[in-house]
Each structure stands twice: as C-alpha cells, then as structure tokens.
Design a binder for this molecule. Structure first.
Ligand code: PLP
Length: 404
C-alpha cells in the first residue's frame, strides 16, 4: 500500500505532506519487535524511549496484538449510545488497580490531553457556593499536561502557551515542590490542584511523598480537588501501578493514557469516591471514540500481560541497574526518577547531540532539556539490553561533546 523507499525518500515526502509541528522526524521507522525497532534503511535500534513512555510491553507484543486483531474482527466500534463488555471490564480493572473507594468511576478518552481536559471540566464543576464561586486552578512550574486548550492552560511552558493566549482562565502556576507556595495558593476559591507525581517533560522531576500528602491535606481542608496526572507515570512505569501509590493518599481524580493501551491510543479519567464522580452528569462531557471496544481490549490485554509476566518486578530491577550504571559514568552529574522513568543530567549542554550520537550508535533516547536525557523504555527491557546501553553510553557522550 505504501511501497518501499529509503529514509531520505520518505522524509522528503513527509516534509511536503505533513504539518511541521513536530520538526523533522529523526528516523523513518518501519518495524518493531520487543524493545527493538528498525528504520527504512534497515538499521536496528534499542528503543529506550518506547514511543515516549507508551510501548509498555515493547513493540508488536504477541498477546496484545492478537487481542486487538480478534476484537477488531469481532466488534470494532459502537459509539457511546452503547457499551461493550471490554469497556466495562477495563473500568472495573482500573478501579481495582487504583484501589479506588466505593462510588469511584471511569471516563474513557483517546489520549492524555483528553483525559486532562475531562479533569479540567470536572474541576470547573467544583463550584463551591454561589457567593464564593471557585475559579482558581493550581498547577506547578514545569508542568506538562497536554496541548488542547484546557490542558495547555495547565501546562507551564511559555513557548507552548504564548501563541494561543488567551487560554481558559483561572490557572496559577506555583514553584515546583515548594510547600509554602502551595499552602499560600490553596484557599476557598481553589477548584483543583493538578500535580504530576514525577514531571516527565520537565526532565523527570519527582515530587516527594511528603509534598503529595500535604497537597492532599490542604485540598481536603479547602474543599478543592486533588487531581493527579499519571499520564506518563501510571501503568507500572515507576515500578508500581501508580507513581503516587507510595504516598498512601487517595486523590479525587487520576488521569492515565500513554502506557495504558500498550501502544494503542486510549486515555482515562478515574474519579475517586462518590463526590467527584457526581460533578459531571449526563450530557456534560463526551467523545465518539472514547472507550471503544478495540482500545479497551488493548488496555485489558496490556494490564493482563503486565500482571502475569512479572513486569513490575522487572521495572524495579532493570531501572535500579540502569540508574546505578548511569550514575557511574563520567560527565553524568545526577540521575533521577523511579522504575523505568529516568532523567540523566549531564555536565554540559549536549543532550540534543547525545540523542543524535545515540541514534548513530543504535539507541533511541530523548532530550527534554539542554543537559538532560530521558529514558522511558518498554517495561520489558532486559538487564542484558540495559547493559548494552550502559556499555555504549560513555562513547556516545564523548561523541556528543566532540560534536559541539
Ligand atoms: N500529561 C502528562 C503528564 C504527559 O506527560 C502528557 C504527554 O506527554 C500529557 C498529559 C498529554 O498526553 P497526550 O500527548 O497523549 O495528549
């Protein structure tokens, strides 16, 4: 259908047919298997980015692939005038994994930004009383919550926001991890506080358990919602089902996407307990594709495989190994993150050059900042595969520095 072609030929066709919002793609990828991918010129790469924390089980996982194919061959789409068993089973499964209290509910979307958009609408419904309407939404400096208008209003980066102002109002950004600033910001006009347990796009910056616990106390006292954006950190990425699990708190809502469908697009908003789920009633939100049988079957298959193939234990072991190995590399000044969401700080602004040198050496990594590398590989990365990267990394870093 698409024909053959070299990477250069495809990229020339790309630039004349696709909108330039992503810049020039680094490679044209044609095939994947497990943690490996191949480009149009036949070169092999170890994928240490996993489609940006999406390919939880790697590429072309046989079980997920067969479940998707058989669901599509049985019932592909029904609209939300109807439901289907996979949608209901996935909602139940997610609530069980999140240890959600009675009355908790799920809304299915198709992406992270849509899950956040639904959460933003939920926040707007937390209106307080008529004489004290709640208009304020608190987010953090460095936050990334997506690119649709509501999610963009929560996203901090000026370069992403500025061309699209005015954005939906009421959002204030406060300094990252600063408890005093949070205390000062959360009051009886606050509808919600949005937090990523670990900021991924900002270079893998974790919030402490103490901060999350304080955020829970402050929002509860003020009658505000605590909404955790686990789009990047959820579904086992950090070695637990949710990154916020260790803090031992129950937020009012959680957003998920990325790894949830094992590569198939799906997002979800979980509301915890009776109260938040009552905020959005019939007709107040919707989506044509959300919760369709194929996406929900893909997610059920992904969760099943993570559970039954001891994937969370692997995430912890291999993540630990990678972090220890990277910390020992000369030129690495810091290693952050949990499980297989890892940020690596370098002693020079060479991160984009490291991405290029990594590709030349057969490794896919990402540079969320000028001196920061992010790894978010498939959760099934083996210790042996991690070793190949650790062995190659000092030379990749040196090549990047030489190229500056
Ligand atoms: N929230 C977080 C924490 C994210 O990391 C992202 C994407 O990187 C999003 C939301 C937006 O997700 P999507 O790109 O699927 O719209």
């Amino acid at each position: 259908m698409t024909g053959m072609g070299s990477g250069a030929e495809w990229l020339s066709r790309y630039s004349s047919s696709l909108m330039g919002v992503f810049g020039t793609p680094q490679r044209v990828l044609v095939r994947g298997a497990g943690c490996l991918v191949w480009d149009a010129d036949g070169k092999e790469y170890l994928d240490l980015l996993g489609g940006i924390a999406v390919n939880a089980l790697g590429h072309a996982h046989p079980f997920v692939t067969s479940v998707i194919a058989s669901q599509l061959a049985t019932l592909g789409h029904v609209s939300n005038f109807f439901t289907s068993p996979t949608q209901i089973a996935l909602a139940e499964k997610l609530l069980a994994l999140a240890k959600a209290p009675a009355g908790s509910k799920v809304f299915f979307a198709n992406s992270g930004t849509e899950a956040v958009e639904a959460a933003f609408k939920l926040a707007r419904r937390n209106t307080g009383t008529a004489d004290a309407p709640r208009t304020k939404v608190v987010a953090l400096d460095g936050a990334f919550h997506g690119r649709t208008m509501g999610a963009l209003a929560l996203t901090a980066k000026e370069a992403y926001r500025a061309p699209f102002e005015p954005l939906p109002g009421g959002v204030v950004h406060i300094p990252f991890g600063d408890l005093e600033a949070l205390r000062a910001a959360v009051d009886h006009s606050t509808a919600a506080v949005f937090l990523e347990p670990i900021q991924g796009e900002a270079g893998v910056r974790p919030l402490s358990a103490e901060y999350l616990q304080a955020a829970r106390r402050l929002t509860t006292d003020a009658g505000a919602l605590l909404i955790l954006d686990e789009v990047q950190t959820g579904v086992g990425r950090t070695g637990t089902w949710l990154a916020s699990e260790d803090a031992g708190i129950v937020p009012d809502a959680i957003t998920l996407a990325k790894g949830l469908g094992g590569g198939f697009p799906i997002g979800a908003l979980l509301t915890m307990g009776e109260k938040p789920s009552a905020l959005l009633s019939a007709g107040q939100h919707g989506t044509t594709f959300g919760g369709n049988p194929v996406a929900t079957a893909a997610a059920l298959a992904t969760l099943h495989a993570i559970e039954n193939q001891h994937v969370l234990a692997n995430v912890n072991t291999v993540g630990e190994h990678l972090r220890a190995g990277l910390a020992a590399v000369p030129g690495v000044t810091g290693v952050r993150g949990r499980g297989l969401l890892i940020g690596v700080d370098l002693d020079a602004d060479v991160a984009p050059a490291v991405v290029q040198a990594g590709l030349d050496a057969g490794f896919i990594v990402n540079a969320p900042g000028p001196h920061t590398i992010r790894l978010a590989p498939p959760l099934v990365l083996t210790t042996a595969q991690a070793e190949t990267f650790l062995a190659a990394f000092p030379a990749i870093l040196q090549t990047a520095k030489d190229a500056q």
